[in-house]
Ligand binder design. Structure first.
Ligand code: NAD
Length: 260
């Protein structure tokens, strides 16, 4: 369904972003992946997408802390793939700490990577979408864009910000066939969550098993992790014509977390 479309997915060398890149590629889109990591492993990841799905897969190493690098990544995708029809702002980091002990540099990095990077990527990609009169922007927020948890002030603030940004952009493009939506996942077992399990175990002085049962999935009534593949399918759906009327939406996929 996405044959001929070109997508940029930030933070797609692992976890949800990689799952979304593979889902879009499986639907026929060419993809530019992005993210940090070992150069050899990233090249293997890129080549696997190309081989598995028979599309073009490029990699760009833009650091989501740097607006100029983000802008250059979009420009490069436009020239080497031909366009950016789909933009998925997915890169994100987490840090868990009481606010009075929260390191200021971590707080600012979370706001930059999880929120400000979305601004730079949208600003760079939107003119091309308007010119071609079609586009899909998907921002990865979180259940923490809708509700809060203690010890995650920077992340919760950034993700609430992502939902505000999503709504504002959606209104600006509402009369065009471009849409801008946010996905709000609950807990997905990715490297990011593995890190949190370790951090929470330290904060609460608990075993990792106890943290998974009593803290991580305590908020998620389904008592199971959301699967990366489920999120990939939702992203593909949002890119179809059938999803044209989803605009400015915050779509929870969190096993009932925010139904409480
Ligand atoms: P992950 O750690 O597996 O992947 C994060 C990706 O972002 C990686 O590719 C990493 O290299 C990249 N990245 C980090 N800092 C970067 C930087 N400065 N520049 C460029 N790339 C950078 O994380 P994930 O769990 O897949 O999370 C992806 C998104 O989904 C994030 O926005 C996260 O907040 C959100 N999310 C995750 C969960 C979850 O349970 N895992 C739940 C809700 C929302």
């Amino acid at each position: 369904v996405l044959k001929g479309k070109n997508a940029v997915i930030t933070g797609s060398t692992s976890g949800i972003g990689l799952g979304m890149a593979r889902a879009l590629a499986d639907s026929g889109a060419n993809v530019m992946i992005n993210g940090l990591g070992d150069a050899g492993e990233i090249e293997a990841t890129r080549a696997a997408i190309e081989n598995d799905f028979g599309i073009t897969a490029l990699y760009d190493g833009a650091n989501m802390l740097d607006g100029e690098e983000i802008t250059a990544m979009i420009t490069r995708a436009e020239s080497e793939l031909g366009s950016v029809d789909i933009l998925i702002n997915n890169a994100g980091i987490q840090f868990v700490s009481a606010i009075d002990e929260f390191p200021a540099d971590k707080w600012e990095a979370i706001i930059s990577i999880n929120l400000v990077s979305n601004f730079y990527a949208i600003k760079a990609a939107l003119p091309g979408m308007k010119e071609r009169n079609w586009g899909r922007i998907i921002n990865l927020a979180s259940a923490h864009g809708l509700v809060a948890s203690p010890f995650k002030s920077a992340y919760v603030a950034a993700k609430h910000g992502v939902l505000g940004l999503t709504k504002s952009v959606a209104l600006e493009i509402a009369e065009s066939p471009i849409t801008c939506n946010a996905i709000c996942p609950g807990y997905v077992r990715t490297p990011l969550v593995d890190g949190q399990i370790k951090d929470q175990a330290k904060v609460h002085n608990m075993s990792e098993e106890q943290v998974i049962r009593d803290i991580i999935l305590a908020a998620q009534p389904s008592k199971r992790f959301v699967e990366v593949e489920e999120l990939g399918q939702l992203a593909v759906f949002l890119c179809t014509e059938a999803a044209q009327s989803f605009n400015g939406a915050s779509l929870p996929m969190e096993g009932g977390w925010t139904a409480r």
